[in-house]
Ligand binder design. Structure first.
Ligand code: CTP
Ligand code: MG
Length: 524
């Protein structure tokens, strides 16, 4: 618990702590539950990328003899690990120990003949497996154990949450159920690697790297796959090797700006994915956006993908979030709960628009954690209920935040005067002149504030009158995730705004009368 305790007791020093943490041990550490040192972000990324390059994706018949399947593939070399999953058919992800095995497998693979249609021959690492003598083999075929790639249904989630012992327990349950699994993570890196093969046809030595919630440890099962085409490594090493009086440079084409270069590159890669990319469908080239991108669905993995280029800064912000998430497991539990709460109330959406994004919400949670200041060492009891308190206080904090005049600045861990008039202003920590939530409208922000207040109220009531487990009544986090929080708040049944104001006033009065209380009891 050490890092978060520090984080809670000395606001504003997180960055310094992170730096110290990195310098002293060479990596960020996790909280008390998992004391094994975590790898550096870049190390982890490189390891996963290399792993993905030895991996293949195979569309299989619905029933298959697993043992024989693996035996067939091991003719090309030893297999390190494999798993199956379902997504409109049965798929296998097979990781060989050596990269050469993939080439060997590709060498015995044929291009299908399609009858009247014609195939564009493209040698990828995404295969289709067919049974030669399906009649003879049927007796040996069996159903396969599949790894789950989707988040739990709301029904299952409510059941799990209602069985939990405390809100703290609920937060951890939600995290466990929604976080990316090892298999899902592998599938994400593999998908990037398959796209990299297509891009490498134009740009050998390029890398396609995942960023955003796929890698920042805040990704929920089902979240999109953000990837960027990294061309920075091309021609880097060779330049250092040259000696003497001569210096060789590639003859290149010049364009007016970085942006134009990015647009041109993404335009051709988008075209390639559309024309030849196996399993890439619905390819859209959105090149006039602030950050030009190619959006497509990767059918076999089921991922909605956003490919950008020249976007190194976004990888940096993913690394920053990864480090915050690694400081203490409760950071992630809180972020997941807030994200799920926002999704349940349509504060966030998978469609771009005027709503708050998950990225903005995550920054708000981090900011909130930076601003907390119980200037005392918490007792053991206090630590136990900390996560529970944090969720309630997160809602209270932002239910009362002066969004009209203040900007959220996680670089300095403090609120600042807004430099412009957007309803919600969250400074981009790496490009400080940008507002990451410029898209958010006043009405969406108001909805967020109203829901935050009402949710704080529900959590405040929680504990006073928790229903018995047998009654099957949603309580705590389960109640917060119900389609309309307002249905659970008897006070707010009338008009929405006045109720929210009344709740704010109630919370304020509770807070001021509870101020000495919380010091005296030092956490319940
Ligand atoms: N990003 C950014 N500035 C923004 C929006 C996004 O720097 N205004 C970067 C962040 O690094 C973010 C990544 O782009 O993590 C991906 O954006 P997005 O997919 O919107 O957010 P995720 O964090 O991936 O969350 P989600 O699970 O909703 O996809
Ligand atoms: Mg994303």
């Amino acid at each position: 618990q050490r890092p978060l305790r520090r984080l809670l007791s000395c606001p504003g020093t997180v960055a310094a702590d992170l730096r110290r943490e990195e310098q002293s041990s060479g990596n960020a550490e996790t909280g008390s539950e998992d004391r094994t040192p975590k790898k550096r972000f870049s190390e982890l990324q490189n390891e996963r990328r290399e792993q993905a390059q030895r991996t293949v994706l195979i569309h299989c018949p619905n029933k298959i003899n697993e043992k024989k399947f693996l035996k067939f593939l091991s003719q090309h070399g030893p297999i390190n690990t494999h798993f199956f999953y379902e997504s409109f058919g049965l798929y296998a992800v097979v990781e060989f120990c050596q990269k050469e095995s993939v080439t060997s497998l590709q060498n015995i693979t044929r291009t299908p003949s399609l009858g009247p249609e014609a195939a564009i021959p493209f040698k990828s690492r995404y295969f289709n497996l067919k049974l030669r003598n399906s009649v003879n083999q049927t007796s040996e075929l069996s159903s396969i154990q599949c790894s789950n790639q989707s988040s739990p249904s709301s029904k299952k989630l409510y059941q799990l949450l209602c069985c939990a012992e405390s809100v703290d327990d609920q937060l951890n349950t939600l995290l466990r159920e929604f976080q990316l699994t090892e298999e899902n993570t592998r599938l994400r890196y593999l998908t990037c690697s398959l796209i990299e093969d297509v891009a490498a046809a134009y740009f050998p030595d390029c890398a396609v790297r995942p960023f955003g919630s796929s890698v920042n440890s805040f990704g929920k099962l089902g979240c999109d796959l953000d990837m960027f085409l990294d061309l920075d490594e091309i021609g880097k090493f060779t330049a250092q090797k040259t000696s003497g009086n001569f210096l060789m440079e590639f003859q290149v084409k010049n364009v007016p700006s970085e942006r134009v270069a990015t647009q041109k590159i993404l335009s051709v890669i988008g075209e390639c994915l559309d024309q030849f990319g196996p399993g890439c469908v619905g390819v859209q080239r959105i090149l006039n956006a602030r950050c030009p991108l190619v959006r497509f669905s990767h059918q076999a993995s089921g991922f909605q993908c956003d490919l950008t280029a020249n976007n190194r800064i976004a990888l940096k912000s993913s690394e920053l979030l990864y480090m915050y998430g690694a400081l203490d497991s409760r950071v992630r539990a809180l972020v997941f709960s807030v994200r799920c709460w926002a999704r349940a109330h349509s504060l966030t959406s998978s469609i771009p628009g005027a709503w708050i994004t998950n990225f903005s919400l995550t920054m708000m949670v981090i900011f909130f954690l930076q601003r907390r200041s119980p200037p005392i060492l918490p007792t053991l009891d206090y630590l136990k209920t900390l996560a529970e308190l944090l969720l309630k206080e997160f809602f209270e904090y932002f239910g009362n935040f002066a969004f009209n005049k203040n900007s959220i600045n996680i670089r300095q861990g403090r609120e600042q005067n807004k430099p412009e008039s957007s309803p919600l202003h969250i400074q981009n920590p790496f490009e400080t002149s940008l507002n990451i939530s410029k898209n958010v409208s006043q009405s969406q922000l108001q909805k967020f504030v109203d829901l935050a207040r009402e949710s704080a109220w529900i959590l405040h009531q929680e504990g006073k009158d928790r229903p018995s487990p047998s009654s099957n009544q949603p309580w705590g986090l389960a109640a917060l995730l119900l389609p309309s929080v307002t249905n659970n708040v008897p006070l707010s049944k009338k008009k929405k705004k006045p109720a929210s104001e009344r709740i704010k006033n109630l919370l304020d009065s509770i807070k001021s009368s509870g101020a000495e209380n919380s010091i005296a009891t030092n956490g319940r």
